[in-house]
Design a protein. Sequence first.
Length: 210
Amino acid sequence: MRTEPLRIAVFASGSGSNFQAIADAAMAGRLDVRIELLVCDRPNAGVVERAKQAGVPVHTFRPKDYDSRETYEREILTILQQKQVELVVLAGYMRIVTKVLVDAYWGRMLNVHPSLLPSFPGLDAIGQALRHGVKVTGVTVHLVDGGLDSGPILAQRALDVEPGDTEASVAERIHRIEHRLYPEVIQAIATGSIRLEDAANKPKEDGTAP
């Protein structure tokens, strides 16, 4: 059993509502983690101010200042290792993650996605779902494997699409679910209820290992 909080880093690009939900849960004692770092590719993003208000160290960068994704990820990886980060939490991070980080944190990097994967991966998942006329959509928390929202699924929660729903109305309810589900999954990892080594080694549908 762990005696110290789980050391995590949150990666985000936007307003940071999921970051805030995680930080609030930690400050309220519902989440046995210590947020060691926020990583953000947009120095002026709202999440940066949220992190400062929460007392979380921030690393910002501009991708255009680097000659490749791998270059800035190696820089980030060095900081993560210095801070002994155990779990990377992607929370609205709008960059493609390369093998530099995926390999270093295989089985220890999470993402939250606004659909019931494997349906509607990628951008505009809510819009994709509504254009397909689905009656049920939802939220998925999964491990990151370097593919397009293709890693092993850790948890899902469904949401009924009601007549007259718009992308905005569905998105509002999706975000409320994310803000509850993501901290719950992180806490389950922190307490050992979810064993990431088991999820990471789970055979894929074709019978092969990840």
